[in-house]
Design a protein around this ligand. Structure first.
Ligand code: HEM
Length: 477
């Protein structure tokens, strides 16, 4: 009797596992969607949609072969996922964030990486945190940050000029210096966020030590205990991922400037039209604010930023999990297998509770059926004449998913744009950027990061040749 009981207890997990692998998927409505053929029970299909070196091609292949709502296989045999590039389906998922939550797996990853904050919270906790943080990101508060962002951008410029001078002294040669712009922009951003969010000076541009991180932790604890800081709301989120996001956004823009020298020269000419004769460091906060108001209006700068953010969104993709059974609307026909084995085109997708939805941010931004046949190219001028299909696309930022969409969309959009515009203004009016002998590629490691091709083990980096910009007839000192 005891032996029989023991046998039942021991075999129950195995029976459940067999049920999960062989029986449960048969009742999963996602099985009735078309999708890439399975290569085996334990072979997932996530790499092809998440690796930026193949994902644009995969996304396009899916749309052409299966339609815009597709079933892909996740990590375990019973993990059938909805991959969607249908604007209506995506809008429904992003809008109904109380049904479509972040999966516990990605919440745990975010929590492990950056601490438990708004990015990983759900339900009432998330609502409360978002309510607390939102006023800190008001237009007025963001405007007040402009002089600080300028000061840090100017400090970075001075640091680079100093490094160029030192290199010239050492090599006795004039010209550019190979700099990992990713690393340096990240240090400057660390300073901006430390100061804006917590009234704390890291001095990361000047002083790169391992103590930085301890200082950050100390600062965070002080901020939490005193609820101090110009932007207390920032304390509900954690710093490193924000710094990385900025890093990445500005880094990818400088990289694109190096790849497209004509665009770089045209943008510099526009920016130079606003460069005051007085050094930036001598301007009063009011003068800086007025200068930024002018920069914010620049047409080509706006187009370049929109295009770079569309083409290389730092958040490559995201995931949601259905917390209950649901029927999703679709704008495009969904080829669904019916109980009698026939296939019909319907305008809805049934998802069961627990199913993952893959949100292809980059795939959505690069969709050539929406953006036109040149949708994979870097063409800032496209923003002056967008195809009609773009206008009905969901998205917080110019019909793209770069800053997500719906109630869980990015709260830091305005802050990001201020820093990006300011840094581009200061850096492009004082330096030129060119590709170096090391070729840069993309890899998706939580975020889309730059790597030197063949040197992935060296970590994320974006080496570019940075040369002081000297207007014709002038000399830099
Ligand atoms: C270029 C820079 C940035 C990009 C591309 C970006 C993009 C995004 C994206 C795509 C999401 C949604 C993530 C998901 O659903 O999986 C998000 C959420 C969020 N972002 Fe950003 N972000 C940027 C900068 C910032 C900054 C500077 C801040 C704050 C100062 C910020 C604060 C947040 C917060 C708090 C959330 C979570 C919102 C919520 O869950 O309600 N972001 N961001």
């Amino acid at each position: 009797m005891v032996n029989q009981l023991l046998l039942v207890v021991l075999s129950a997990p195995l029976v459940y596992l067999l049920y999960l692998i062989f029986i449960q998927p048969r009742y999963n409505p996602l099985r009735n969607l078309p999708g890439p053929p399975s290569k085996g029970l334990f072979r997932d299909q996530l790499g092809m949609v998440m690796n930026p070196s193949v994902s644009p091609r995969t996304h396009e292949h899916f749309v052409k072969t299966y339609g815009r709502n597709v079933m892909i296989r996740g990590i375990l045999p019973w993990d059938l996922r909805l991959f969607t590039l249908d604007p209506l389906t995506l809008a429904h998922v992003m809008k109904h964030s109380h049904i479509y939550e972040k999966p516990w797996q990605s919440r745990r990853l975010i929590t492990g990486l950056i601490g438990c904050g708004m990015l990983a919270a759900e339900g009432a906790v998330h609502k409360r945190q978002r309510r607390v943080a939102t006023p800190a990101f008001s237009v007025q508060n963001m405007r007040e940050l402009v002089p600080l962002v300028f000061a840090k951008g100017d400090e970075l410029k001075e640091k680079w000029l100093e490094m160029v001078r030192e290199a010239e002294k050492e090599t006795e040669e004039t010209g550019g210096l190979k700099l990992d712009v990713c690393h340096w922009v990240s240090r400057a951003t660390f300073d901006v966020i430390g100061s804006a969010g917590f009234d704390y000076q890291f001095n990361a541009i000047q002083n790169e030590t391992n103590e930085l991180f301890s200082a950050y932790k100390e600062m965070f604890e002080v901020a939490v205990s005193q609820q101090s800081g110009a932007l207390w709301g920032l304390a509900v989120i954690y710093l490193p991922i924000l710094e990385t996001l900025f890093l990445l956004a500005i880094t990818w823009m400088l990289y694109l400037m190096a790849r497209y020298p004509d665009v770089q020269a045209r943008l510099r000419a526009e920016l130079l039209s606003l460069l005051p004769p007085t050094p930036l460091s001598a301007l009063t906060p009011d003068e800086v604010s007025r200068l930024y108001a002018g920069i914010a209006e620049l047409k080509f700068l706006e187009n370049v930023i929109r295009e770079a953010m569309r083409l290389i969104p730092p958040v490559h993709s995201s995931a949601r999990v259905a917390t209950r059974d649901d029927v999703l609307p679709a704008a495009t026909p969904v080829r669904t297998r019916m109980p009698d084995g026939s296939t019909q085109e319907v305008k809805e997708v049934r998802v069961p509770k627990g199913a993952f939805i893959h949100v292809p941010v980059e795939g959505f931004n690069l969709d050539r059926e929406v953006w036109g046949p040149d949708g994979w190219a870097f063409k800032p001028d496209r923003w002056d004449n967008l195809p009609e299909a773009v206008v009905s696309q969901p998205g917080l930022y110019n019909n793209t998913l770069t800053f997500s969409a719906g109630p869980r969309a990015c709260i830091g959009l305005r802050f990001s744009i201020i820093e990006i515009k300011t840094f581009l203004f200061i850096l492009l009016t004082h330096f030129t950027f060119a590709e170096s002998d090391e070729k840069v590629g993309k890899a998706n490691v939580v975020l889309t990061r730059p790597y030197v091709i063949g040197k992935h083990m060296a970590g994320s980096q974006c080496p570019l040749l940075v040369t002081p910009y000297v207007p014709e007839g002038a000399q830099y000192s």
